[in-house]
Design a protein around this ligand. Structure first.
Ligand SMILES: *Cc1c(COP(=O)(O)O)cnc(C)c1O
Length: 359
């Protein structure tokens, strides 16, 4: 069977070149006579893989030397707990509630301390990024948490808030490596791998060194950032194959010209789709223009029945996983780094046709 255009929000499409390279190396990795999956994580060959993965990510994101790169299991959701467990010393944190994942992060953090929700966009189904009023910040907060890109609602922060020395922590799961970010704006960046990096099961954490010190004593060893720092993410067996796949993805991105180059392609893709939506008589985007995501494009026809029909017919035409999140309905096209512009063009062609047929 031919590969489809897969607009899945996550796990999502991977670059074909990455899959093919993995396929070629699946049974015998280089001259080892075994698969990466079968290798000791302490072997020389595997150490090379994990070290290369880190080196490539550092290069791609220009990560400063005073930041550690950690490979952790448990997805982005485990970070909803690890962040407060490790960072709460005074027991207070500021959060922006800009979507479903932000809400989950807040709920979890509330188990560990006093959470101040500085701003929320829940009143309008998270269709925008809320205005942030710094007079509402808690000067005493241990950290300030945002979600850079809201996967479900298709919005994003264009510039991170200024937090006056309070470490800014961001969930960057659905936009890491999609555009240039200044790592030193953040205390912690975390991202589940299954959107823009590789297969699920791996979470990348980029953490400023000073935030790894003074962790409360009762933090479980597997949930303590220091454990990962002190053991090069190998206190226990890391998700070895996921890290290998991430490495292949980083190589692919580097060959393509790095984040600057992919950002340009991502802008082209998003512009193409949003331009169509803005001029369509049937479809309309659901996120406010200024806050639109470059990775997740959410839209509706205005009729649930037509939305369903659209998703069904698109699937038949090889355009898959366009159904919006169960909490919002409608449609969502996730156009992460691995989605080629040809996929976006095919989607727009299909939408045009659907529009003519359903006037
Ligand atoms: C997908 C996603 C998550 C959840 O990731 P898991 O790996 O399933 O825990 C969290 N935050 C954002 C922004 C996401 O897009």
């Amino acid at each position: 069977m031919e590969r489809v255009y897969n607009f899945s929000p996550g796990p999502s499409a991977l670059p074909l070149a990455v899959l093919e390279k993995a396929q070629k190396e699946l049974v015998c990795y280089k001259n080892t006579g075994m698969s990466v999956m079968e290798m000791s994580h302490r072997s020389k060959m595997y150490l090379e893989i994990i070290q290369d993965a880190e080196k490539l990510l550092r290069e791609l994101m220009s990560i400063p030397n005073n930041y550690k790169v950690l490979f952790i299991q448990g997805g982005a959701s485990l970070q909803f707990s690890m962040v407060p467990l490790n960072l709460m010393k005074k027991g207070k944190a500021d959060y922006i509630c800009s979507g479903e994942f932000a809400k989950k992060a807040i709920q979890e953090a509330k188990r560990f301390g006093e959470i101040n929700v500085v701003a929320s966009s829940e009143d309008k189904v998270f269709s925008y990024i809320p205005e942030i009023d710094s007079s509402k910040f808690n000067k005493d907060a241990d950290y300030f948490h945002i979600t850079t890109n809201n996967t479900i609602y298709g919005t994003r922060f264009r510039t991170p808030p200024q937090t006056n020395g309070v470490p800014l922590v961001t969930d960057m799961s659905s936009s890491i490596l999609s555009e240039e970010y200044n790592v030193s704006d953040y205390g912690i960046i975390y991202a589940g791998a299954q959107k823009n990096i590789g297969p699920a099961g791996l979470c990348i954490v980029i953490i400023r060194e000073d935030l790894v010190t003074g962790t409360p004593n009762n933090v479980p060893v597997m949930m303590n950032y220091k454990t990962y720092v002190d053991n090069d993410s190998m206190y226990n067996t890391p998700p070895t194959y996921g890290i290998y796949m991430a490495k292949l993805g980083f190589e692919w991105l580097k060959d393509l010209g790095g984040v600057k180059a992919i950002q340009k392609l991502n802008e082209e893709k998003a512009d193409y789709l949003y331009d169509f939506l803005d001029n369509s008589k049937l479809f309309r985007g659901t996120a406010v223009k200024e806050d639109r995501s470059m990775m997740n494009v959410t839209f509706v026809t205005g009729s649930e029945e037509l939305d369903d029909k659209f998703v069904k017919e698109a699937t038949k035409s090889g355009l898959e996983n366009l159904k919006g999140h169960r909490s919002v309905g409608g449609m969502r096209a996730s156009i992460y780094n691995a989605m080629d512009i040809s996929g976006v063009k095919a989607l727009v062609e299909f939408m045009k046709k659907f529009e003519t047929e359903n006037k």
